[in-house]
Design a binder for this molecule. Structure first.
Ligand code: JFZ
Length: 439
């Protein structure tokens, strides 16, 4: 394919090696939080039930904006306790959090100078972000802000730029966007990065130069800032990756409710975001369809780590600021697992070994110890391990509490069985092997 001239492609190098990005990578597991006015109707409008994503209800129920905006008069999250949220996130083992500061509805969780459609014009009045940032920081959790460019409330938002009037309105909208983002960085200077969304419309795709300059501007305001690929388009309208295939932003964020299956993703940093039910981000009273179990979610997180990616698990708090019971249970179960096996996740990445049927290899880069995260126990209770030429198993043991007595059998050249013996477990577990090139 012919190489295109791209002026407004990547702002930062392909694989950042600065401490801020290393930290992002080492964190591996994050909590996503979708919270806004949509938590009030929670999937119902005028008694009618809509099964689509709760944060899109305005669109499903075709609610006019002036009607939707009235929800702000009801927003009064009296149970909101960010210290409690942060302690739950910590218990679960999340090392970073991404919170919706403004979703597509346009409502801002912080008092913004640039709009009236914000928390200050609700019965609650108080800034929700400030105590949030403080509580999570105190718990040692990095804070990131989700920000939707698409804005159903702002009069200058345009889906496409079809007329001179559209263009002028969208110029004003771009100024608004830049102002709000600068405001967020200035008000909450410990923010580590931004998770952009709502960037798929023609108007934004036609604003490649602007998003390039905006990314630069934000990184000048806050050196080390981390921005997802979803923010950007180049001047040809190519999203996430520019017209020559170079990733824009600092990590690929197109993995949504699906995970990669092979090593082709290793070229870039990446993150997958995941819902617990099929497709609900904001709070919905009914979780329809399949609801993922803790075990499934743990396995997904492991798969991400094994392919050097991050896993961002979504929560949708209720209108009063409390967390639904299903999510509280998840926190406990995932947290218990992380307490025991978190060392196979944090700081870990692709191990450089071929995937085996029983689960996933992960490894801290440079370490001689490899984590075998076992998700499926074979019928013969033996884990087959095929190593590359000149690599041998020197040592093997359970990570954490031993579940049985393990024995090692060499079955071929660089090929082994680890016999599990009588192992009983309902969760994935980890065996550490140490590799050597000398036998
Ligand atoms: C977007 C939002 O519309 C949704 O409400 C939620 O916030 C989610 C995290 O992001 O939805 C998307 C965005 C991108 C894709 C699909 C849904 N995609 O790339 O397939």
């Amino acid at each position: 394919q012919e190489k295109k001239e791209v002026q407004y492609g990547p702002v930062s190098p392909e694989k950042r090696t600065d401490p801020a990005m290393e930290k992002w990578r080492d964190n591996r597991f994050g909590q996503f939080i979708h919270w806004g006015l949509y938590a009030i109707p929670a999937g119902y409008w005028k008694g009618k039930y809509y099964k689509g994503a709760a944060e899109w209800l305005k669109s499903w129920a075709k609610v006019p904006m002036n009607e939707w905006a009235k929800l702000a008069e009801e927003f009064n999250p009296e149970q909101y306790d960010p210290e409690e949220w942060a302690s739950m996130a910590k218990q679960m083992g999340a090392r970073y959090v991404v919170l919706t500061t403004k979703h597509h509805e346009g409502f801002c969780l912080w008092p913004s100078q640039y709009t009236d459609f914000d928390i200050s014009n609700t019965p609650y009045q108080k800034d929700l972000l400030k105590p949030f940032v403080e509580a999570y920081n105190k718990a040692g959790i990095d804070v990131y802000f989700y920000y939707s460019v698409l804005d159903w409330y702002h009069p200058d938002w345009r889906y496409a730029l079809k007329s001179e009037e559209d263009k002028q309105a969208f110029e004003r909208f771009k100024t608004f966007t830049k102002n709000q983002l600068s405001e967020l960085i200035e008000r909450y200077p410990s923010v580590k990065g931004f998770w952009f969304d709502g960037t798929w419309d023609a108007s934004w795709k036609a604003s490649g130069q602007f998003s390039y300059e905006l990314e630069k501007h934000m990184k000048q305001l806050k050196p080390g800032l981390i921005i997802n690929s979803r923010m950007r388009a180049d001047e040809w309208g190519s999203r996430h990756f520019d017209s020559n295939g170079q990733m824009m932003g600092d990590y690929a964020s197109g993995w949504e409710r699906k995970l990669p299956t092979d090593t082709s993703v290793l070229h870039n940093d990446w993150e997958a975001c995941m819902t617990v039910p099929e497709n609900q981000w904001g709070y919905h009273k009914n979780w329809e369809g399949h609801v993922k179990t803790p075990t499934e979610l743990i396995e997904m997180m492991v798969r991400c780590t094994a392919l050097s990616g991050n896993f961002l698990l979504n929560f949708g708090p209720k209108e009063d600021g409390s967390i639904r019971e299903e999510e509280q249970l998840l926190v406990k179960e995932i947290g218990n697992w992380m307490e025991q096996y978190g060392n196979a996740i944090y700081n870990c990445a692709y191990a450089g070994l071929e995937k085996q049927d029983w689960g996933y290899f992960t490894r801290e880069p440079g370490s001689k110890t490899v984590n075998m995260v076992v998700c499926n126990i074979p019928v013969n209770k033996a884990l087959r391990i095929q190593l590359p030429k000149n690599l041998f198993i020197q040592h093997y043991e359970y990570m954490g509490k031993p579940l049985s007595k393990l024995t090692l059998e060499e079955i071929g050249k660089n090929e082994y069985f680890i016999h599990l013996g009588k192992v009983k477990t309902k969760q994935p577990f980890v065996i550490n092997i140490q590799l050597t090139s000398e036998k």
